[in-house]
Ligand binder design. Structure first.
Ligand code: FEO
Ligand code: CA
Ligand code: CA
Ligand code: CA
Length: 723
C-alpha cells in the first residue's frame, strides 16, 4: 500500500527515440521469448562498457537449491508457508514493550503507544547479541530486531475509528507515537523459538517526536532553521519509515519515504514564498493547499507539536527561525540508529540526499575501497541513486565500539549520483553537485549551494538528465558477485509514447500495457513492475552495466509483451517491493506489495537463486507504434524462482531478516485489512481481515481487529530455510 506522488514533470527525454534511431545499426533478437530462454548470451555490442568482464553464472548464491514445495496463490485470510514450515507471530502492533504497560486489547483502548510496538511494520533488521548482551553479529539465539512503522490504520487504533477534523489531541498522540521505529530484544525460549522480551532494557521506541540530530552537510544549513531548532541542527522525529539497511558496522538506516504527505501547506502559502521555493515544494509533492495525511495539524490546543505539521510561513522573520516553514526539510533522509544503545543520539545522514527514501543497500565492503550505497526514490518517474563514501573502508570499523562515529565517518561525506540508463545495456552515474554544470545551470531551479542540491536531489537529477524509473523501491546486493538489484514496483504513468504527464517506454522501463487478466477494472502502464540489475567494476565507478532480472506478470499474460520472464503459476507475481539477499539462507527473497493481481492472490514472497547480469540477452519489444529494445535476465526455471509464502487479506509482505545460520526468517506483515475504510468507524464484521487474531495471536478471535506484525518462519526439521 502506497501513496506515491507523481511530481516529476521534468521533461527528461526518454531514450526510446534514441533506441529507435539505433535499431537499424544493430542485430537484435526479434521479440522471441523462446530464443532468450534457449540461453543465447548477450550480443556483442560495440558500445558496451567492459562487457566481457562478467563472472560466470553463479546459480544459487551459496549452492542452495529451492528445496520446498511452491505455495499456490491464495486469497484466504491466513499466512501460508510450504509444507514442512511453520510461521509464528513474534510481535504485533500494540504489544507492550516496557514494564507496566497493559496487554494489548482488541477494543481499540490501548493508551501509551510510545511504549508499545508501532503500526504498519515495514523494514526489519536483525542484530545479534552475545549471552552477556554484547553485539555479536554471528549470534543465533539472542538478538535485537529493528522494525520500521510506515503509516497507521486509524480505523483500528481507536475504539470507534478516528474523529473528523479538527482532530482531538488524544487520537493524534496515539497516531504520532505509533509510527517511527521499534527496537526490541528477542531470545529463544526452551522450545527453541524466539520470543520478544517485553521488559528488556534494550527496547526502544523512536517516534515522530523523538529528538534527532541533523548530521552531515545540511547540519546548520539556513533551510533547516525552525522555531524548534533556530540553528538548523536538530529536528523532531522520523516519519513514514519504509525500508531499512543494516550497515556493515551494526547500525540500522531507516528510510523516510512518503514524509511529504505529513506536512500541510496553506493555500495562501504560495504567495509568501519565492518562485524557487514554490517550485521545490511542488517537485517534492507539496504544492500550496495540500492537507496533512491524518490532519494532525488540526488539533486546536495551539501546541507546537501539532502546529509543526503545517509547513507554511506564519512568522515574520526572513530566515524562518520563528515558524515551521522549513519543518518539511527535516524529513526525507536515511536516518541512522544504533540499536545496541537505547540512549544513543539518532542522526539524519543528509549527505545521502533528501527524497522518498525507500531503503538502501551497501556494496560489499572491501578494505581500501569506498562504500557505495544504492537507493531508490519511490514515486512515479523518480530516480535510482548511489552514494559513495569519501572514506575508504577499514575492516576494523565493523567491530568499533562507537558505531555512530563510524556512521559519521562513512555517511556524512561523499558523493551522490543519479542513474542514467542507456539502451545498449550500459549506464552512467550522474554527479549531483554544483560542480556538475548540468546541475548548476539547470534552468528550472537556481541551486543556492551544494546543501540545496542535497535538499533537492530530484531537481538536480532532472537537470543532470537521469532516467525516470517505474517507482524504485528496495535494493539489495548479491554477496557472491556484487550485482545490485532494485525493484521497480509498477507505474501507471508509463505509457507507450508518453505525453499527458506520462513517460514513454524506454530500454530500462520497456513495458506499458493494459492488464486484461484482472477481474476488476483494467489497469494501464507498467502494471506488474520489474526488477533491474546493475553491475559495476568498483563502488566508485561512474559507469555500470544493467539488465532486467525479472518482469512481474501473471503467468497467462502475453508472453511477447508482458510475461517476458516466462513466469509459471508457481512463480507469477506482481508489484515487487522488498528484495533481499539473505545472509544465512543464501537466497534472494522477493516480497510483493500488489494491487494488480489481488483477485488471484494476496501479496506474497518468493525465493530466488538468480544468475548473473547479462545471462539473458537483448529483446526487441514490438509495441506497434513504437519499438523498444531491452536487455533481460535468463528466464527462471522452477529451481531458480518459486513462491514461498502468501500473506493474509489486504496486506503486503515487507522487511526481511534472517539469523546468520539461515534457520529463522523474520518477515513483516504490513497493514492486513487495509481495504477497510480507514477514516471512520467500521463494525468488526466489516473488517476485510481479522489476522492474526483469527489464527490465535492475541485477543479478538474471528472478529479481531487486524494487526501488522512480525512473523518468524522455521523449518519443522530445524533446517535452513528454503533449501
Ligand atoms: Fe514504503 Fe515504497 O514502499
Ligand atoms: Ca507499504
Ligand atoms: Ca515498500
Ligand atoms: Ca510498495
Amino acid at each position: 500500500m502506497n501513496q506515491p506522488e507523481d511530481s516529476n514533470d521534468s521533461g527528461n527525454p526518454t531514450i526510446g527515440s534514441v533506441v529507435r534511431a539505433r535499431l537499424r545499426r544493430r542485430q537484435f533478437l526479434k521479440a522471441s521469448v523462446g530464443a532468450v530462454a534457449a540461453g543465447l548470451g548477450p550480443l556483442p555490442l560495440a558500445g558496451c562498457v567492459d562487457d566481457g568482464a562478467h563472472p560466470p553464472r553463479s546459480g544459487p548464491i551459496g549452492g542452495s537449491a529451492l528445496g520446498f514445495e511452491a505455495v499456490p496463490k491464495s486469497i484466504g485470510d491466513a499466512l501460508v508457508v510450504p509444507p514442512g514450515y511453520t510461521a509464528r507471530v513474534l510481535i504485533a502492533v500494540g504489544d507492550p514493550l516496557f514494564d507496566g504497560v497493559a496487554a494489548y486489547r482488541d477494543d481499540g483502548d490501548n493508551p501509551g503507544y510510545a511504549r508499545r510496538c508501532g503500526d504498519w511494520h515495514d523494514g526489519l533488521e536483525y542484530f545479534g547479541l552475545s549471552a552477556n548482551g554484547r553485539p555479536d553479529f554471528s549470534a543465533t539465539d539472542r538478538a535485537l530486531l529493528a522494525i520500521n512503522h510506515e503509516w497507521v490504520s486509524p480505523a483500528f487504533l481507536h475504539s470507534a475509528g478516528p474523529s473528523a477534523s479538527p482532530r482531538p489531541a488524544s487520537e493524534v498522540d496515539i497516531e504520532t507515537a505509533a509510527m517511527g521505529v521499534t527496537v526490541v530484544e528477542i531470545a529463544k525460549d526452551s522450545q527453541g523459538y524466539f520470543r520478544y522480551l517485553p521488559e528488556s532494557p534494550f527496547n526502544r521506541r523512536v517516534t515522530t517526536l523523538t529528538e534527532i540530530e541533523v548530521s552531515g552537510p545540511l547540519r546548520g544549513h539556513p533551510k533547516l532553521k525552525t522555531r524548534y531548532s533556530p540553528g538548523g541542527t536538530r529536528t523532531r522525529g522520523t516519519v513514514n519509515n519504509c525500508g531499512t539497511s543494516r550497515t556493515p558496522w551494526g547500525t540500522v538506516l531507516t528510510g523516510e519515504e512518503n514524509w511529504a504527505a505529513f506536512f500541510a501547506r496553506d493555500a495562501e502559502d504560495a504567495a509568501r514564498r519565492t518562485d524557487a521555493e514554490n517550485y521545490a515544494l511542488a517537485r517534492y509533492g507539496r504544492p500550496a493547499g495540500t492537507p496533512q495525511a491524518y490532519q494532525w495539524n488540526t488539533v486546536q490546543d495551539g501546541s507546537d507539536r501539532y502546529r509543526r505539521w503545517n509547513t507554511s510561513v506564519t512568522g515574520a522573520s526572513s530566515d524562518g527561525h520563528d515558524d515551521y516553514r522549513h519543518e518539511i526539510h527535516g524529513q526525507g533522509y536515511m536516518t541512522e540508529i544504533d540499536p545496541y544503545d537505547p540512549e544513543s543520539v539518532i542522526q539524519k545522514r543528509t549527505a545521502m540526499g533528501r527524497f522518498a527514501h525507500e531503503a538502501a543497500a551497501f556494496s560489499r565492503p572491501r578494505a581500501g575501497e569506498p562504500l557505495a550505497v544504492y537507493m531508490g526514490d519511490d514515486a512515479r518517474g523518480e530516480y535510482i541513486y548511489k552514494f559513495v563514501s569519501d572514506s575508504p573502508w577499514d575492516p576494523a570499523d565493523a567491530a568499533a565500539e562507537n558505531r555512530m562515529a563510524v556512521g559519521t565517518k562513512y555517511l556524512d561525506a561523499g558523493k551522490l549520483y543519479a542513474a542514467g540508463f542507456h539502451e545498449d545495456g550500459t549506464g552512467e552515474w550522474l554527479l549531483l553537485n554544483i560542480a556538475n554544470p548540468a546541475v548548476a545551470s539547470y534552468d528550472r531551479y537556481p541551486f543556492a549551494d551544494d546543501g540545496d542540491v542535497l535538499l533537492h536531489p530530484r531537481i538536480a537529477a532532472d537537470g543532470a538528465g537521469a532516467t525516470r524509473m517505474d517507482r524504485p523501491e528496495w535494493s539489495t546486493v548479491n554477496p557472491v558477485n556484487g550485482d545490485v538489484y532494485i525493484t521497480l514496483t509498477n507505474s501507471s504513468s508509463r505509457q507507450l509514447l508518453g505525453g499527458d504527464g506520462g513517460h514513454g517506454v524506454d530500454a530500462a522501463n520497456p513495458r506499458a500495457y493494459e492488464d486484461g487478466s484482472q477481474d476488476s477494472a483494467p489497469q494501464r502502464g507498467n502494471v506488474n513492475g520489474h526488477i533491474v540489475r546493475l553491475a559495476e567494476d568498483s563502488p566508485g565507478s561512474t559507469r555500470f552495466r544493467w539488465d532486467i532480472y525479472l518482469f512481474g506478470a501473471e503467468s497467462d499474460a502475453d508472453a511477447g509483451l508482458v510475461n517476458l520472464s516466462g513466469l509459471t503459476a508457481d512463480q507469477d507475481f506482481s508489484g515487487p517491493d522488498c528484495i533481499r539477499f539473505g545472509s544465512g539462507t543464501d537466497l534472494c527473497w522477493i516480497l510483493t506489495d500488489d494491487n494488480a493481481m489481488t483477485d488471484r492472490s494476496n501479496a506474497m514472497m518468493l525465493a530466488a537463486a538468480p544468475g548473473t547480469l547479462g545471462d539473458g540477452g537483448f529483446l526487441e519489444l514490438d509495441h506497434g507504434e513504437t519499438k523498444v529494445v531491452t536487455r533481460l535476465g535468463a528466464q527462471p526455471g522452477v529451481s531458480d524462482l518459486k513462491r514461498f509464502m502468501v500473506g493474509p487479506v489486504d496486506q503486503e509482505l515487507t522487511g526481511l531478516a534472517e539469523t546468520p545460520d539461515g534457520r529463522v526468517l523474520f518477515v513483516n506483515v504490513q497493514h492486513p485489512g487495509v481495504g477497510t475504510p480507514m477514516g471512520s468507524a467500521v463494525r468488526p464484521e466489516g473488517y476485510t481481515s481479522h489476522w492474526p487474531g483469527n489464527k490465535g495471536y492475541g485477543p479478538g478471535g474471528d472478529l479481531a481487529r487486524p494487526r501488522s506484525a512480525t512473523v518468524m518462519i522455521t523449518k519443522d526439521d530445524g533446517g535452513r530455510i528454503g533449501s
